[in-house]
Write a protein that binds this ligand. Structure first.
Ligand code: 0GY
Length: 300
């Protein structure tokens, strides 16, 4: 694995959609810089550096105010690169860590002081080696006050994960709507299970993120209109309209290990008004919900 992957657009377009003041990009990552922060020996992909300066320049260009930086799998359980980015943000970023389940209380508190507000459990075998569920449950019972768990899995294992998920004692944020197969109907059996699951669990949230990973129709042609990834729209729109106070949005920049195309982050922002069609829904999705979860002391 010597070739470093670049999966982000060097010059994203300026979006037509202008986010409301205080908008949060609630799912993004940083890579390195590797001279300071090594990649994990277990990393399944090795990217080029995509550090905080690039992330914050993108934030400003896209019209966002804050970031939630999720520890990327290529940095393993050493959260130093993510903590560095949070520290560089001047209070405008918080984070989600990935931890060894045997982590001490003191180390969890240090992550909390550094701006982390949750931990991520990743069930994608192409990204991480599996950690036993009982170990994950044990650490989820020891989290600092106010923290949540972010969970990443694909739709076909939702039922298998159900008992585990139901045992997690803190709010749960599901990445990318549980990665539905968008070639199946939005009211079909598979997505219905996900909607039912969210309906039954009031402490479960969803990120309506990653159309660039879920889409089969893909981005528009270069001379096309700014309505990209339209096959994902009905899925994300259904979740936003059914659970308006439990949804988050993010760019997923720098799009870890994405193959096939380099997403234009400006087009991703222009996806927002297609899935949150009113100013009220946009305010909840981009401002109120992420601030409630990540900056609760500011009282939204
Ligand atoms: C995402 C998606 C992916 C990767 C990671 O931590 C990561 O490496 O999150 C993926 O490859 O699907 O959420 O950014």
């Amino acid at each position: 694995m010597s070739k470093r992957i670049v999966s982000w657009h060097a010059n994203p377009s300026t979006p037509s959609y202008v986010p409301p003041p205080g908008a949060v990009d609630a799912h993004c990552h940083v890579f390195g810089p590797r001279t300071l922060f090594q990649f994990s020996a277990k990393a399944k992909y090795l990217p080029e550096d995509a550090g905080p300066e690039l992330l914050f320049a993108l934030r400003d260009r896209l019209g966002f105010s804050r970031n939630v930086i999720v520890q990327a799998s290529c940095h393993g359980t050493d959260n130093a690169a993510t903590l560095n980015a949070i520290a560089q943000s001047g209070g405008r970023a918080r984070g989600v860590a990935v931890v060894d389940p045997d982590i001490s209380e003191g180390a969890l508190e240090a992550l909390n002081s550094g701006g982390m507000r949750g931990i991520r459990f990743n069930f994608l075998k192409r990204l991480v080696d599996v950690t036993p569920k009982d170990k994950l449950l044990e650490v989820s019972r020891r989290l600092p006050a106010g923290w949540h768990v972010v969970i990443y899995f694909e739709a076909d294992i939702l039922e298998e994960l159900r008992p585990f998920i139901e045992a997690i004692p803190v709010p749960l944020v599901i990445d990318h709507m549980g990665r539905p197969d968008v070639t199946k109907p939005v009211d079909g059996e598979e997505f219905e299970l996900f909607v039912k699951f969210m309906r039954e669990h009031q402490n479960v949230w969803s990120k309506v993120t990653c159309p660039e990973r879920l889409s089969v129709s893909g981005p528009p042609a270069l001379d096309g209109e700014r309505n990209a990834y339209r096959d994902v729209v009905p899925f994300a729109r259904r979740i936003v309209e059914t659970f308006p106070d439990r949804v988050l949005w993010g760019t997923d920049w720098p799009h870890p290990n994405l193959k096939g195309h380099m997403p234009d982050d400006g087009l991703l922002v222009d996806f927002i008004p297609h899935i949150a069609v009113s100013p009220e829904l946009q305010q909840m999705l981009l401002v109120d919900n992420p601030n409630r979860l990540y900056w609760p002391e500011q009282g939204r």
